[in-house]
Design a binder for this molecule. Structure first.
Ligand code: HCA
Ligand code: CU
Length: 372
């Protein structure tokens, strides 16, 4: 199998989403669902963030999940000690390296950053934690600086370096190029974290994997700061549409429940454009589409809904309906229509649909009128 891992950060990046405030029970439920699904890593909020975050990290780290429990911390000794004390199995270290963020937010030179990093990385490795070092805002960081940092931290003993498109500015091609350049310079694993400000989170994360990234950051529904990062269902869809074998190790049928559960916790609906789990993800409407899908679903479905415990819908209660879809609905009702009858029924539905909204009951009534 390919070396590709999901780092689900719903319990860290996702907690930075506007309406997120998970209780302990909800954090446990999310971690257990993700673990059952099969994500390899679960990233949790730093124990330095709040007392409850610290307790919940310890609780979930002790739970014996298959997924490794990581915590996302600043590259400081104080945070590193807390990560160890609370039982994290790995630490995802972050440091701002781009010009805009270094001057605005941290104001330290690269040499200062690396000096502190050495101490923190050594301490964490001595305590057997898996360590990742990520450059915040990697795509506005000078490439030579980036490579200098990654080579230095690799030499200090990290298992993985991370590239973060913190502001969602990177283009897919740029991600491919930068990750390829970094891939050529380090031997360790590479993580990618992509924000969605310009709508490229999934594309960018996929390009990172194509260029050799091994660890992909996702959250349930893509929640996170602002409009979030790559979603778990989106990345599964992206990989499965290339080759379903790439995701067959996951419990794909659990995806709808995971997305629904987290949406409910957040007080939102699953977005209509969410891959796989949107209510309309497998909804076919226009006559040309429904005719083809009824003949062979692969005509307009790149993903098989059954893989994810979902079903397609063939919509008939609207004016774009085609007679094939009408005939199929009649068959479901046990009514046999001739082609001429199905065409006549479709014409009726179209005319009515021009006048007002339709629903399934109205359509069935029309079809029953042909049954006598
Ligand atoms: C942030 C941090 C981060 C970290 C990503 C990472 C980002 O909230 O700014 O550690 O890889 O997007 O840079 O989420
Ligand atoms: Cu982020």
């Amino acid at each position: 199998p390919e070396r590709l891992f999901f780092v689900d950060t719903t319990l860290r990046e996702g907690e930075q989403f506007a309406s997120a405030r998970f209780t302990t029970a909800q954090r446990i439920a999310i971690a257990e669902m993700l673990d059952a699904f099969g994500v390899e890593y679960i990233e949790m909020t730093s124990p330095a963030a709040s007392p409850q975050s610290a307790r919940d990290l310890a609780t979930i780290a002790r739970r014996g999940l298959r997924a490794r429990i990581l915590t996302h911390i600043r590259c400081h000794m104080a945070d590193a000690r807390l990560a160890v004390e609370h039982g994290a199995q790995g630490a995802n270290l972050l440091f701002a390296t781009s010009e805009p963020l270094r001057t605005v937010s941290h104001g330290r030179s690269l040499s200062e950053i690396l000096e502190e990093a050495r101490q923190v990385i050594t301490f964490l490795r001595d305590h057997d934690l898996e360590v990742r070092f990520s450059s915040e805002d990697s795509f506005r960081t000078d490439l030579a600086d980036l490579i200098r940092i990654y080579r230095a931290v690799e030499e200090m003993g990290v298992q993985r370096i991370g590239l973060a498109d913190t502001v969602g500015i990177a283009t897919p091609r740029q991600v491919y190029d930068v990750v390829s350049a970094v891939r050529a310079e380090v031997k360790c694993d590479i993580e990618f974290h992509g924000h969605n400000d310009s709508g490229c989170a999934i594309a960018n994360t996929f390009c990172a994997a194509e260029a050799g990234a091994t660890h992909l950051d996702v959250t349930v529904l893509g929640i996170g700061e602002r409009n979030g990062i790559a979603s778990l269902s989106g990345m599964i869809a992206r990989l499965a549409s290339v080759d379903p074998a790439r995701v067959q190790r996951y419990r794909l049928d659990l995806l709808p429940k995971i997305d629904e559960t987290v949406a409910t916790m957040l007080g939102i609906e699953i977005p209509f454009n969410q891959c796989i789990t949107s209510p309309t993800a497998f909804h076919h409407k226009a006559g040309m589409h429904t005719k083809a899908v009824l003949a062979d679903p692969r005509s307009y479905e790149v993903l098989d809904p059954n893989l994810f415990g979902r079903q397609r819908t063939i919509a008939v209660a609207h004016r774009l309906v085609g007679w094939h879809a009408v005939a199929e609905r009649a068959r479901e009702l046990g009514i046999t229509l001739s082609e001429a009858q199905a065409r006549a029924a479709a014409a009726r539905i179209k005319a009515l649909g021009d006048e007002h909204d339709l629903d399934g009951a109205m359509i069935d009534e029309i079809l029953y009128s042909y049954a006598e």
